[in-house]
Design a protein around this ligand. Structure first.
Ligand SMILES: [Zn+2]
Length: 82
């Protein structure tokens, strides 16, 4: 490995700990629920999940799990109480 790449890797690792540098705008992830896999999407600040709870509450354990996983890298990472 050349020294230029070593510097880039070191910088990338440093950035990865600085979560304020990141803001996810769109993502798709599969979440393994208790009984099945749920496709969860985040796009333009809006969450989607295919579970029944999400339909009536616009959030669910699957979307909250992804929010907790990604923490401050998502706008509105704190679950709403409604
Ligand atoms: Zn769900």
């Amino acid at each position: 490995m050349n020294s230029e790449m070593a510097v880039k890797i070191e910088k990338g690792i440093k950035y990865s700990y600085e979560t304020e540098r990141f803001e996810f705008t769109q993502l798709k992830v599969k979440v393994q629920g208790a009984h099945q896999v749920h496709p969860v999407e985040f796009d333009g600040g809006q969450w989607k999940c295919n579970c029944e709870f999400f339909i009536t509450h616009q959030q669910c354990s699957h979307t909250i799990a992804v929010e907790k996983l990604l923490g401050r890298t998502l706008p509105g990472a704190i679950p709403r109480i409604s």
